[in-house]
Design a protein around this ligand. Structure first.
Ligand SMILES: O=C(O)C(=O)C[C@]1(C(=O)O)C=C[C@@H](O)C=C1
Length: 360
């Protein structure tokens, strides 16, 4: 090393000191946050739900310099929050795996990447893991902006009567992944919802390829990594995990493709001022019954954000209805609406009230 080079590297080291001081302060702040967390009650779902609802507020108060992405800062805040909760071995979160599925990405978006996770093979298995107490929470896709409802999830909500205590909105950008180039592809595997969200693109660019439905997008990536000629529609993270080439990116037909995931569990999040309530009900099969039920929300000025019908198994032309409305079940207007709906329903499950999810 020449003398000027040595001097330059020494002065760089001297300049590191203020940064190292800041790192020390950050560590002290982290320990302080961790200590506070140890003395607070509440479950991981309540914690992370309330923190996630608060992050956009503090991000909105702070002007970030160019080059510092809001999403990266939000991820850093989530990671800090997930580090600072009780290290409870029973507090695993079940999701549709393997790792790097969109459900995994949604799970870490809600719980941070320090949460203990339990990947399972099907949406039904997520419900079962929570219902039997093996996991304290589960994450399942509930609807997609291109394709609508996720039928497996709605069927399980009808069957299991598990609560919803949070939601995550995840923008979905699909990729075509395989070992070789596009010309080698004879078969494209993915979860049916993912294939459907790219159906126009696939028809245009790979009209000859066979489309094959598998349990999850990451399962498709795993298969593509073992068989030349087989491609997967999956996340960019799955491509890295399985050593696959991203042949084409952003192949979803709708550029605003967003999937909404529900957080399943028994937590009861407190009102935050920006909440919604999800309900499942069945009314008598007679003219005007559904209109009367909807009138309950109109009369109380409660804004509906989702309505979906689901055929009742074994009963011809009879339906369950899922409804979401802005507001928390502990607020007088919503409490009043729930009690009015109960009087008009053959079955009413209030699945939960929780903070409204945000895209960022
Ligand atoms: O297969 C995955 O990666 C999933 O997490 C499931 C799922 C879904 O069923 O909707 C989630 C998000 C996308 O919409 C596509 C697939």
């Amino acid at each position: 090393m020449t003398a000027p080079e040595k001097a330059a590297s020494e002065s760089e080291l001297v300049n590191l000191e203020p940064l190292q001081d800041l790192d020390r302060q950050l560590l002290q702040l982290l320990l302080k946050r961790w200590q506070l967390a140890q003395s607070c009650s509440g479950t991981a779902i309540e914690w992370m739900g309330a923190s996630n609802a608060f992050f956009p507020t503090i991000l909105g108060e702070t002007e970030l310099p160019a080059g510092l992405e809001e999403e990266s800062i939000a991820a850093w805040l989530r990671h800090t929050a997930s580090l600072c909760k009780h290290p409870d071995v029973n507090s695993r979160v079940a999701y549709l795996g393997p790792k790097f599925s969109y459900s995994y990405l949604a799970t870490t978006k809600f719980f941070g990447d320090a949460a203990p996770l339990a990947p399972v093979d099907t949406i039904e298995a997520v419900f079962e893991a929570v219902a039997c107490g093996d996991c304290h929470a589960g994450v399942v896709p509930i609807e997609n902006s291109t394709d609508g409802r996720i039928v497996d999830t709605l069927g399980m909500l009808v069957k299991h009567r598990l609560g919803i205590c949070g939601e995550v909105l995840l923008p979905i950008h699909h990729n075509l992944l395989c070992l070789g180039g596009r010309e080698t592809i004879v078969k494209v595997c993915s979860k049916p919802q993912a294939l459907s969200q790219c159906r126009q693109w696939l028809a245009r660019h790979l009209p000859q390829a066979e489309l094959s439905a598998v349990a999850s997008t990451t399962e498709a990536a795993r298969m593509a990594s073992e068989q030349p000629g087989v491609a997967a529609v999956a996340s960019a993270e799955a491509a890295r995990q399985y050593g696959l080439q991203v042949v084409d990116s952003k192949i979803e037909d709708n550029r605003n493709n967003v999937t909404r995931f529900a957080i399943l569990g028994t937590a009861t999040p407190a009102p935050t001022g920006r909440d919604k309530t999800t309900m499942l009900f069945q009314v008598t099969h007679k003219p005007g019954a559904l209109a009367d039920a909807m009138g309950i929300f109109r009369d109380r000025d409660l804004n509906l954000t989702w309505i979906e019908s689901f055929p009742i198994p074994g009963q011809k032309a009879e339906y369950f209805f899922f409804v979401e409305a802005e507001g928390h079940r502990d607020e007088p207007k919503m409490r009043d609406a729930v009690s009015a709906l109960k009087q008009q329903s053959l079955r009413l499950d209030v699945l939960g009230s929780y903070p409204v999810g945000t895209i960022s």
